[in-house]
Design a protein around this ligand. Structure first.
Ligand SMILES: Cc1cc2nc3c(=O)[nH]c(=O)nc-3n(C[C@H](O)[C@H](O)[C@H](O)COP(=O)(O)O)c2cc1C
Length: 209
């Protein structure tokens, strides 16, 4: 039995294009993988802890090869708990709207909390190289109001997809399938077409994921 973690990062619920296409993926996935467990993580319902103070101190302690100090241990235990839920998955599904050319801040907040030394990545001083420690395969549903595909003339503005792919690769997640629902602010016809194409891709990918 595999475990799929679905991470939702639009707060728009029923009006969200990325969430709707991800839900289509999940329906197809559950139909073909009835024994698998699906864990849903709505980042807006999660009340993530602030990433500051002792949490940062603990991170630096670990990076310097030390145990977190007594004052940092509670913060580090919180990080470990949030990471453990993430790392318990074999497969990941993300729905990711573009906000100001990049990621919604709640997703960046989550990334900051879980991207930790000794948990998500390690560093080898001898070779000077980083290694991702997370394993699994990933499906991502990106949504954007505009269009940023190659040849659009706007691709250089897109910090949503490149930054997300870089982060996934940094923590070790290199098997990534993408569905893009683009042009959701280009009027009802363009939106309906983007949604329809996204849903068809989600159905096929979800069934075979
Ligand atoms: C705060 C905010 C910033 C946005 N910035 C951009 C942007 O820079 N470029 C863009 O193409 N669309 C932008 N949009 C539009 C969304 O990407 C678009 O509406 C998308 O469908 C949102 O995903 P959702 O429907 O899953 O919530 C922005 C939307 C919001 C709410």
């Amino acid at each position: 039995m595999a475990r799929l973690l679905y991470i939702e990062s639009s707060p728009r619920q029923a009006r969200s294009h990325s969430t709707a296409v991800a839900e289509t993926f999940l329906v197809a996935y559950q139909a073909t993988h009835p024994g698998d467990e699906v864990d849903r993580l709505d980042l807006w319902a999660e009340n993530l802890p602030r990433f500051d103070g002792e949490m940062l101190n603990a991170k630096y302690s670990i990076m310097h090869g030390e145990q977190p100090a007594a004052s940092e241990q509670a913060a580090w235990a919180t990080v470990e708990g949030i990471f453990a839920r993430f790392n318990a998955a074999d497969k990941y599904l993300f729905s990711v709207p573009m906000w100001n050319l990049g990621l919604p801040y709640v997703l960046k907040h989550y990334i900051d909390i879980i991207t930790q030394p000794g948990l998500a990545w390690s560093f080898d001083p001898a070779s000077g190289s980083y290694q991702g420690l997370v394993r699994g395969k990933v499906a991502v549903v990106f949504a954007s109001g505009g269009m940023y595909h190659p040849g659009s003339g706007a691709e250089a503005l897109d910090m949503q997809k490149p930054s997300f792919y870089n982060w996934l690769g940094f923590i070790g997640l290199t098997e990534v399938s993408t569905i893009t629902v683009a042009g959701t602010l280009f009027g009802p016809e363009a939106t309906a077409q983007a949604r329809q194409e996204g849903a068809a891709q989600a159905q096929a990918l979800g069934a075979s994921f």
